[in-house]
Each structure stands twice: as C-alpha cells, then as structure tokens.
Design a protein around this ligand. Structure first.
Ligand SMILES: Nc1ncnc2c1ncn2[C@@H]1O[C@H](COP(=O)(O)OP(=O)(O)OP(=O)(O)O)[C@@H](O)[C@H]1O
Length: 428
C-alpha cells in the first residue's frame, strides 16, 4: 500500500504509516459512535485553547489532568498514535484506528513511569475539516481513560507548525508555570515524517533535531525495528558556502577614508540581511538609513537620499533595488548632486532569504524580539518576483564601484542556535 497523497491545504505533518509493514487488518476501536454526540458530555478531554491572542493558531487540549514532568514522551498523532485523523466523508469522528494495537498500552506504561505524554500534531485543515477533527480528538482520549495527556495542534502555516519549534516553546512555557524544566536527554519524540524512503516528509525528525531531543520512528519505538536510513530535504544553513570573504573584491575597504558624502545602494532579496549589514557597518560611520519599509514610497526614499547628500551626509538606500530601472532613480540623483554612488550586492540564495524571513518572523530569541519591532512574514511572492525581475547591477548603470557581500552570521550562541534550526515548512 502506498501512502495516500494529501494536498497542502488539506493536511500535512502526520500521515499514514508510510514505511515498512502495514497491518493487513485495521483495528477499529469504535465502529459506531458509542452513544452519539452526547458521548462527549462525560468525556475526559477538554479543549483549553485561547480563542484569541497570539497563540490562537495553536490548539491546546487536555485529557484528564496531566502533570508536568521533566521527562516528556512526545508523539505525533497521525501515522504514529492513530493511523489517520484525516476526516473522510461518511466516517464519523468517533471512528479511528490505533496505529498498532500496542499503542495505548505503551502510552499507559510511559505514564506509569512518570513521563508527561504530549501529542504534537500539525493539522492545517480547512475550517470545516478542522471542526470535524476537533470532534475526533475526545474519542481518542476516551479510549485512553487512564492516560492523562496534553495535545498541541498547529492549525496554520506559522511558527507553531512543525518543523518550526513553536509548540515546543509553548510546552516549555507551560511547564515553567509549574516550575518544571524539561530534561532534554530524558525526553523523546516519535513521529512518522522521518525522511525515510517513502515518507511524505522529514518534518518530525527535523522538529526533534530543532528542539534537541532524541527521535524515533513509530516502527523503531513501538515495534523495536532497526533504525532506518533517511535523508532530510530542504534548506539548512549548513549548506551555505564557508570560507568566502565577507566582502569582495577584498582589495579596498568597504568605507572610503576620509569619508566623503556618497550614496550606497543595496541590492538583494528581502530578508537577506541588508538592514543588519547597514546597522553593523554603515550606521556607526554616520550613514543615513533610507528604507522603503519605513518611508513607504520610492519618491520619499529619493527625497530622503537627496536631503542627506544636500546636508553633506552619506546615505545607504536599503531597498531590494531589483532592476536597473529602479536603481536609475538613485543614480540620477547622485549624478545631479555630484556625489558618487556605489552598489553593494548581497549574494545569497532565495532559500537563505526565505529562511531568514522565517527566522525573523517566528524564531528570534526573546531578547532580540524585545529590541526590534516584530516583523511579519514577507510573502513568498516577494521573493519569486525579485528573482524573476532581477538584473545584475553593472558599472555602466553609473556606479563608481560594485561590491559583493557574502552573508555571514553575526550573533550570540542563542541567536545562532535558533537561526540554525530547520525552519522551512514542507513545500516551501
Ligand atoms: N549577518 C547576519 N547575522 C545574523 N542574523 C542576520 C544576519 N543578516 C540577517 N540576519 C537576520 O535575518 C533576518 C533578516 O535580516 P534583515 O532584516 O537585516 O534583512 P533585510 O534584507 O534588511 O530585510 P528586508 O529587505 O525585508 O527589510 C533578521 O532577523 C536578521 O537578524
């Protein structure tokens, strides 16, 4: 049996068992709803998700009264605890199949050994399907009457969605309220999206790598099968070329000395680090920052650049400046004002730019979030349209010099750790 294909709009992150032996028979727990919808009234499960607020896309539910323990046994839902929670026409929410019959017993055993049982699931379903899915969960809980557990479900393509670590941060925050610090070595995560041949993704393994806890596939954990080989697809910062100079050519310094008024025009994908580079290298030298994100229109940027040079100041035009026509506005201004204009091109792939975009929107360390205003995710179309319309800057556009910047990470250990995580959501 091959894994059933789902669309990104339907569901991702769980998946039906996609490798190794499939059971010949399903194991229905309920073939009928036990006593209709009213069955939920005495259910042990309750949703406690906030309806509003920044965490509203992360659903949160409790079976019984789970305790916070330093030992966390975390499980994916679909293709791991149950076979699939994907709603199907004509199948009541009460009906589901354990991934294997041994699953409920194993969960009970872990609870008895003092583990906190946590279900971590991606459920980016359309609203009607999500409503059906929410009805299903209490039935799964009812079949685990002596296993207290906590369930977190990411319902949107945002920082909560595996492999992004948002659900883990949420767990750490909740446990901290009970003064419990999770022991990473004693904890583990089991999931079927493990990057094995035939797996629909490597999302679960990436999530465990991100949060730095041991990972097992359901076959390894529940069936004790040998570890399977895997390959993780998608962008990771370890693929960025090393040992390239930060600025090339290296023959002249980045800043002229003694400093004379000039315009420096940045070129590069959104989120490739242009503003960070400005703050590190140009702001300390007194360059005025001209940026369309803050000024809103190009006319205002041209005006701000003109004002800077008229006041005898240098400035950096920190926009994407994708083509010659866009750049011409500033070249003309420089020529009219009789100041040199140089171009600084940011090397770096669309994948790195998108990664930084995810990092900036969802995974900055709290210390950085406090310092900087929160930046929303820039839509992917901004990256593809930059790529489609990009024209490599040429000296004959009127530049006195063109420099290339190779992105190099600057930040403390916590920043580097968060930036080095797998952030790309499947498919992008
Ligand atoms: N060299 C670097 N070291 C560490 N982090 C960086 C570096 N460059 C960029 N970043 C991080 O990547 C994210 C995007 O960087 P930044 O906002 O500077 O990009 P940008 O090109 O100015 O983006 P935009 O064009 O969207 O304004 C930020 O979170 C930033 O902290």
């Amino acid at each position: 049996m091959s894994p059933k294909k789902r669309t990104a709009d339907d569901l991702d992150g769980g998946g039906e068992p996609s490798t190794v032996r499939q059971p010949k028979k399903l194991f229905p727990i309920f073939s009928e709803p036990p006593s209709g919808p009213e069955r939920n009234q005495d259910a042990t499960f309750r949703w406690i998700s906030p309806a509003l607020g920044p965490n509203r896309t992360c659903l949160h539910g409790l079976n019984l009264s789970p305790k916070s323990s330093p030992k966390v046994a975390a499980f994916d839902l679909d293709g791991c605890i149950i076979q699939s929670s994907f709603p199907k026409k004509g199948i009541p929410p009460s009906q589901f199949h354990w991934w294997r019959p041994s699953v409920p017993g194993k969960l009970k055993e872990l609870h008895d050994q003092g583990y906190s049982i946590i279900i971590i699931t991606n459920q980016a379903l359309r609203s009607a399907a999500l409503a059906d899915w929410r009805k299903k969960v209490p039935f799964i809980a009812a079949a685990l009457p002596d296993v207290p557990f906590r369930l977190l479900a990411a319902t949107a393509r945002d920082g909560f969605r595996k492999p992004m670590p948002g659900m883990w941060y949420e767990l750490v925050r909740i446990f901290a309220q009970d003064s419990v610090r999770i022991d990473l070595q004693e904890s583990f995560f089991v999931g079927d999206a493990a990057g094995r041949a035939g797996d629909h993704a490597g999302t679960d393994r990436k999530w465990a790598l991100n949060v730095n806890i041991p990972f097992f596939t359901p076959e390894e954990y529940f069936l004790k099968l040998p570890t399977a080989s895997y390959t993780l697809q998608g962008f990771h910062v370890s693929s960025i070329p090393k040992d390239v100079p930060l600025i090339s050519p290296t023959s002249t310094p980045l800043l002229p000395a003694p400093s004379a008024p000039e315009i420096v025009l940045f070129v590069g994908f959104p989120a490739l680090g242009k503003s960070s580079f400005y703050r590190t290298h140009f702001e300390p030298a007194g360059y005025v920052h001209v940026n369309q994100d803050t000024l809103r229109t190009r006319d205002k940027c041209v005006k701000a650049a003109l004002e800077a040079v008229q006041n005898g100041k240098s400035c950096v035009v920190d926009n994407t400046n994708r083509d010659a026509q866009t750049r011409k506005h500033f070249v003309n201004l420089a020529q009219k004002s009789d100041v040199p204009i140089r171009c600084v091109v940011f090397n770096g792939s669309i994948e790195l730019a998108w990664h930084n975009n995810l990092y900036r929107a969802y995974n900055l360390p709290p210390s950085l979030v406090e310092k900087n205003p929160k930046r929303d995710l820039v839509p992917y179309t901004a990256f593809t349209s930059f790529r489609a319309q990009y024209e490599e800057p040429q000296l004959n556009e009127g530049f006195t010099q063109i420099r290339k910047v190779n992105w190099t990470f600057e930040g403390d250990e916590e920043q580097r750790q968060r930036w080095s995580m797998w952030l790309q959501i499947d498919g992008r």
